[in-house]
Design a protein around this ligand. Structure first.
Ligand SMILES: *Cc1c(COP(=O)(O)O)cnc(C)c1O
Length: 349
């Protein structure tokens, strides 16, 4: 039987003992309008942006907490989810000593961040249905395996991961389980955020880069226990989410109906594209997708990739990933983009 999860056993000693940077704005965050701020060496002349941004992003976090129905103290924001993932490595993995587990084919950044932070990687491939092999994962973990990365829906395969498999991993894995939900808004499945209170080892990441159409502003979201959120707050760069990003995100999150409308359109286009792709002679399989992209198996991925580039269509060739031989990944575009893709596919058939 596994011991009860204690986050304190997973925090790097230097992170535990360090004194966080105290920003000037943190100390007087409940400021009244008549305070004279001469504390942060800012330029006093108003440009709209001469002051540092709110280091705790209170207004934006509260709105996200409200929309996502997660208590605000369980929310952390970063400069894209890539920053959030990097901070998770830095908080919990000792360089040259610890390891993380990833399940290929999956999102490439987990491996890049592990390499950057000098963390070993243990790979346990997804099976041919792109589901995790729970027994193999639990058998291969060791006392230095600190984090398991799950991506659901998974990139580049597009499928969700079976709920009972995730539950077994959350119970059985003796470490942190990160569920990357970058594509959660394109599925009918619930976010694991609804079960945060049950699992002290659960970290969920989401992003405004995909469904919310805001890849350019770089905003990543993380949900976890208050203890984990406190650790991430200790180590984050003080002003990691800039003022333009906070303002634009807050503005767009006021009108979620507009966002939902676009998501509905993308899902309808996904359904249409699946049926159309089945008529393309060299496409052997269209994998079921719960994301805003489709993985397809073709006769010769390298050749088809080059032909599409020559027609001005840029896609992703995933043929070198495990269980993805001769697979290409298409993002769902606008109706016009998708018509152009189909017409190029017909021309090269
Ligand atoms: C696109 C993507 C992200 C997004 O990262 P951001 O840094 O928030 O833009 C995260 N995870 C996966 C699996 C993705 O495909």
């Amino acid at each position: 039987m596994k011991k009860p999860f204690d986050i304190h056993q997973f925090i790097r000693p230097n992170v535990m003992s360090m004194k966080p940077y105290a920003s000037a704005r943190d100390e007087f965050k409940d400021h009244q309008a008549d305070l004279v701020f001469l504390d942060a060496n800012e330029n006093p002349y108003d440009t709209g942006y001469n002051r540092y941004p709110d280091p705790q992003q209170i207004a934006l976090k509260s709105r996200i907490a409200e929309i996502k129905n997660v208590p605000v103290n369980n929310v952390f924001l970063g400069n894209g989810s890539d920053e959030v993932l990097d901070l998770i490595f830095r908080a919990f993995c000792e360089p040259q000593k610890d390891e993380v587990m990833i399940l290929p084919p999956t999102y490439g950044m987990y491996e890049v961040l592990a390499n950057l932070n000098a963390i070993q990687i243990l790979k346990v491939d997804l099976d041919t249905d792109f589901q995790p092999n729970v027994d193999a994962i639990l058998k291969q973990q060791s006392s230095s395996t600190k984090i398991l990365f799950l991506c659901a829906p998974n990139n580049p395969t597009g499928n969700s991961i079976d709920e009972d498999k995730i539950e077994k991993l959350l119970h059985g894995f003796n470490g942190l389980v990160v569920i990357d939900e970058a594509y959660i808004d394109f599925t009918t499945k619930d976010s694991w955020s609804v079960r945060l209170q049950e699992f002290p080892n659960l970290i969920i990441t989401q992003t405004l880069s995909k469904a919310y159409g805001l890849a350019g502003i770089r905003l990543g979201i993380c949900y976890a226990s208050e203890a984990i959120i406190r650790i991430l707050n200790r180590i984050k760069p003080p002003y990691n989410v800039n003022m333009l990003t906070q303002e634009k995100a807050l503005e767009d999150l006021k009108q979620t109906a507009l966002i939902d409308e676009k998501i509905t359109k993308i899902i309808a286009q996904r359904r249409w594209l699946v049926s159309e792709l089945e008529n393309i002679s060299f496409i052997e399989k269209v994998f079921p997708s719960e994301a805003n992209f489709l993985l397809v198996k073709v006769d010769n991925a390298d050749k088809r990739y080059d032909q599409l580039i020559n027609k001005g269509i840029v896609i992703r060739n995933r043929t070198n990933q495990p269980n993805c031989y001769n697979c290409l990944r298409f993002t769902i575009g606008t109706p016009m983009d998708n018509i152009k893709l189909l017409s190029a596919l017909k021309q090269i058939s």
